[in-house]
Design a binder for this molecule. Sequence first.
Ligand code: NDP
Ligand code: OXD
Length: 313
Amino acid sequence: MDRPVLAFCVPKFAGDSWRAAMAEHAPHVVFRNRFEGFGDPALVRYAIAWNPPPGELAQFPNLACIFSLGAGVDGILADPTFPRTVPLSRVVDPDLTQGMTQYVLLHVMLHHRKQRAFDSFQRERLWKPLTAGPAGDVRVGIMGTGVLGMDAARKLRDLGYAVSGWNASRKSEPGMTFFAGMGELSAFLAETNILVCLLPLTDATRHIIRAETLRHLPKGAFFINAARGGHVNEDDLLAALDSGQLAGAALDVFETEPLPVTSRLWSHPHVTVTPHVASQSNPKTIAALIGESIRRVERGEAPLNPVDFLRGY
Ligand code: NDP
Ligand code: OXD
């Protein structure tokens, strides 16, 4: 009998480390990428996908499950031919969560502790103490306290920060304040000193960071985007940075990636740019989760962490 094929649908990337990790965690599955050819489309039972070219997944008639290479699935669902009868499993991995929490805490503390100012004073050999103030006076507002946002929120709370979350549904967690839905967005923003975006990119959240939302923040707030560039209207963001409505921003994701060399964000004095590395998928830990999902699907069960196609995340 033919062995099931797992198609690695990731443009420009052969996936050697994924092949090795999948051989360990699902040895009965044959790993194929586009460079060697996927072979007979009818034998493809599984796919690992990240921004696949439109139509690539739809060519496999017998898919039993698709695995996103990351937590966000917007780049997969953007394909209008995506086969919505096939379960799509996304990444929920403690390693990925920890990496994101590190990124958020790093930029919250660089801002709160005024480290960028001290860096510039050092270049001038300037001994100039500034006061950061207590963490409890700084409110970090997290848009999207899901898997990633809630972990960062808990650790920020444990460091003494005042923490709020904004979600589609109402959540609760000791020592935090929660807001829900568009009707409560302006109240959430009004008390946020450091705004963190960790939302999934959907029709409801595209360009949610724009002039009319930024104006609700207290003047001089700081913005951290580690979710998707599509959440932000970059012209409005630059205008808010230029006017001082925002004191600064740490941006890991952009409308166009790689960030075009012509973008003003590269050289803005109050912007920190990182190249979509806030948290990176680890083939070793994620292949173990995919192996477990494959076993579940073969038993007729749902995979781990299935995406709700109606919500889009
Ligand atoms: P989850 O699905 O666990 O959490 C999403 C959260 O967003 C939920 O709390 C959800 O609320 C909330 N939300 C969704 N839609 C809305 C809306 N319309 N209004 C208000 N709240 C909303 O996702 P993860 O935490 O696992 O991941 C979040 C995102 O982080 C990913 O989608 C991805 O884009 C990004 N990411 C970026 C990485 C990077 O390196 N830059 C790495 C990994 C992920 P509710 O529960 O009420 O529905
Ligand atoms: C993800 C990402 O969604 O890396 O996991 O962006």
